[in-house]
Design a protein around this ligand. Structure first.
Ligand code: ZN
Ligand code: ZN
Length: 344
């Protein structure tokens, strides 16, 4: 079987691998579609925080597929079923796991990083890491359940967003875009801010979903805040930029008594300006990963048509030329490229 394997920093190869067999409690999944996300791009570049990943490694952690064989003891899934994997495997034993905070487990392992991933034709996974995909959700859409679940957690569990709220999402990467569409599905008034480079693909993608956008290199964000919120400030700001400046801008444009939720992980040392946070009584919250419930929320949002992730999935990249997808992603020429391994 074919696999996209990282062999070095910014080096990936398509290799031939042996098809795995499912062990006890494991399911053999025929991969249908696998997405590329920010963390895959960091891993590809072998950025700080990712250089521990042992190479060679089959990449990929967000994917959909069909069960094609089951090992002994598998009682939850049957051959033919459509599934997605929850790729961050928590240990089930540490303080956080026992405390109902498994998304911040101390000993988690991530498919495609700690173990070989899903940029391949077949993968095996323990049945406890799977979710069934509703019949009405196409596998192409279901491939991005994991990033959608992260957006669902940020908006539905970690933010106080309600219908009618003015919401700013900073950073139109995959997580920012999905956060915007989930907030929009609640009936919030969502604005997404990006940079000049985002006007090529990512901001228009949101405009197509009737979500307002602003290129902050072209228009002052303060003017937009004034116009949208009557000078009050945004009720909720999601920072999905992954930069300290995103958090600072969020604090600047949120209203007093409002909320800033950091979804992106700032990549620089972050000594926040805390004075305006205290004076404004701003809740600065964070959101990391997602839980079982968030996967279910994501799948139901798709099933009901409340979010149209099909419009976000970009199938224009080829499994046989994976570097093209990474190059385009890093150049912001696409938002959620996926590799298609099988047809329905
Ligand atoms: Zn991801
Ligand atoms: Zn744990």
């Amino acid at each position: 079987m074919k696999a996209i394997v990282q062999t070095g920093p910014e080096e990936i190869e398509v290799q031939e691998r042996e098809q795995p067999t499912p062990g006890e409690n494991e399911v053999l999944v025929e991969v249908h579609t696998a997405g590329l996300c920010g963390s895959d791009a960091h891993a590809y570049k072998y950025d700080g925080g990712y250089e521990w990943i042992p190479l060679p490694r089959v990449m990929g952690h967000e994917y959909s597929g069909r069960v094609v064989a089951v090992g002994d003891g598998v009682d939850q899934y049957a051959v033919g079923q459509k599934v997605v994997e929850e790729p961050i495997h928590h240990c089930g034993e540490c303080f956080q796991c026992n405390n109902g905070q498994e998304n911040v487990c101390q000993n988690f392992s991530i498919t495609g990083m700690h173990t070989d991933g899903a940029y391949t034709d077949y993968t095996v996974v323990d049945q406890r890491h799977l979710h069934a995909v509703p019949e009405d959700v196409p596998l192409t859409d279901a491939a991005i359940t994991e990033p959608t679940s992260i957006a669902a957690r940020a908006v539905l569990d970690r933010s106080v967003t309600t219908p009618g709220d003015n919401v700013l999402v900073e950073g139109p990467g995959p997580i920012g875009v999905l956060t915007a569409v989930v907030a929009d599905s609640l009936g919030a008034n969502v604005v997404v801010s990006g940079l000049e480079k985002d006007t090529a693909y990512r901001l228009p993608l949101l405009e197509d979903q009737s979500i307002d956008t602003v290129n902050v290199q072209d228009r002052d964000l303060a003017d937009v805040t004034d116009a949208v919120t009557d000078g009050v400030g945004f009720d909720v700001v999601f920072d999905a930029t992954g930069h300290r400046s995103g958090v600072e801008e969020g604090i600047e444009h949120v209203r007093k008594g409002g909320q800033v939720v950091m979804v992106g992980i700032p990549n620089e040392s972050s000594d926040l300006f805390m004075a305006p946070v205290v004076r404004g009584e701003i809740d600065v919250d964070s959101s990391y990963g997602s839980k079982w419930r968030n996967f279910e929320q994501a799948l139901r949002l798709m099933e009901r048509g409340a979010v149209d992730v099909g419009a976000i999935v970009d199938r224009s990249y080829d499994v046989d030329d994976p570097e093209d997808a990474f190059r385009a992603f890093l150049a912001s020429e696409t938002c959620k490229p996926v590799f298609t391994f099988a047809d329905e």
